[in-house]
Design a protein around this ligand. Structure first.
Ligand code: SF4
Ligand code: SF4
Length: 384
């Protein structure tokens, strides 16, 4: 395993971090049941492989993730690792913020959180809730003085896509300067619009962690298109994706949410091998990904001008899922994602079958896309 200074926090962290959002589970009576013993074994194996940064959150794995991580670290392992968890900023109350922290401490069987994140804040939430008078920001500073929080952090995934997303990350960094010590943001081969913000965070001395280095599982699925970026030189899509992220000197930790020991060992082997991509290899990837993005853009640019839809069909999200199939040939992932629509928190919208063909969206699309026809095609292909 390779280790790196985590910004100016004083922590020396493994370049591979374990995301505890996909702990082992099975289906029983139509419900997902998390396998505590397997989860604990997976975390123990990660520690054996040299991983020393573990990221969780109160709602991960049906609220079991913090508890399983706590059990795995009890009995002598807690002080060997850095624990990261998150506070959902549901309101601007400092008291509520503290209550949620205390609950996480209980779940994790610890008296302090090493990296405590304002969870998934948008710029608006950061300014109006986190930084409200006597709100979470002020309380976090007090709790840090008391030792319950070691480092104040934030995670960012502003939902609106596009160039502005990166700029909003920069605004949060500026508004939290001197207090925020690390950032967690999405970054991978197919989602690079926070690259500039991550570089600025690194320059400001924050520790930088990226989530979804293998595209939240997208790039873990075999894809000839992705592997053909460097023909013959990479073993799998996950290999190229993880090496791409780790080749960025502004990224300290790549978090990977694994479910099996085999995935964990594969990722640890990649992170332990210095085989970062060369400049030429990065250039080749850059050119080919741009071309793929251009192809994706021919279908839908994700501008969201077509929204809202009166039937709550999230057109750009559905077309993004379709593009994983159409452009990157990640068909299994696309089908799985499509099936999640309406069933998981991060896909709370309707699928294409709810479109009543009113045509309102098409009058607003600058690409003049035949949205109704494409939605029909998407539903047909991704439910086949
Ligand atoms: S045509 Fe379909 S997707 Fe477009 S606005 Fe109407 S219901 Fe929504
Ligand atoms: S307006 Fe057109 S290009 Fe923009 S997100 Fe909607 S469908 Fe895609």
């Amino acid at each position: 395993m390779q280790y790196v200074e985590f910004g100016k926090t004083g922590a020396k962290v493994s370049r591979l971090g374990m995301g505890c959002m996909r702990l082992p589970s099975h289906e029983a009576d139509g419900k997902t049941v998390f396998d505590e013993d397997k989860g604990i074994a997976l975390i123990h194996r990660a520690i054996e492989l040299g991983v020393n940064y573990f990221d969780t959150a109160p709602y991960y794995c049906d609220r079991q993730s913090e508890i399983i991580l706590g059990k795995a670290l009890a009995g002598g392992r807690r002080d060997k690792v850095w624990v990261s968890t998150k506070n959902p900023i549901e309101n601007d109350s400092g008291d509520d913020y503290q209550k949620r922290l205390e609950n996480s401490l209980k779940n994790l069987q610890t008296d302090h959180i090493d990296f405590y994140h304002f969870w998934g804040v948008s710029l608006d939430a950061f300014l109006t809730k986190v930084k409200a008078k006597n709100g979470p920001f002020e309380r976090a500073k007090k709790l840090k003085e008391q030792g319950m929080i070691r480092h104040i952090s934030f995670s960012f995934h502003d939902r609106d896509a596009g160039a502005e997303e990166g700029n909003r990350l920069i605004e949060i960094l500026k508004n939290g300067e001197g207090v925020l010590e690390s950032v967690l943001a999405q970054y991978n081969l197919m989602d690079r619009n926070k690259e500039v913000g991550i570089a600025l965070a690194h320059q400001m001395g924050l520790g930088t962690t990226v989530m979804g280095p293998v595209g939240g599982g997208r790039l873990g699925a075999p894809s000839k298109v992705i592997q053909d970026l460097l023909p013959g030189k990479v073993k799998s899509s996950a290999d190229i994706a993880l090496r791409f992220v780790l080749a960025n000197p502004n990224v300290n930790i790549a978090l990977s949410g694994v479910s099996t020991i085999a995935q964990l060992e594969e990722n640890a082997a990649i992170a332990g091998n210095t085989g970062a991509l060369s400049k030429d290899e990065l250039n080749t990837i850059e050119v080919m990904m741009k071309e793929n993005e251009r192809l994706a853009g021919l279908y839908c640019t994700g501008c969201r001008y077509c929204m809202p839809c009166p039937r709550e069909v999230n057109i750009p999200e559905i077309f993004t899922i379709m593009n994983y199939h159409r452009v990157y040939h990640l068909t299994d992932f696309a089908k799985k994602s499509y099936a999640e629509i309406g069933k998981v928190d991060w896909r709370k919208y309707e699928n294409a079958s709810k479109c009543v063909e009113c045509g309102v969206c098409e009058t607003k699309c600058p690409q003049s896309l035949p949205i109704r026809a494409q939605l029909k095609e998407t539903h047909k292909v991704l439910t086949a």
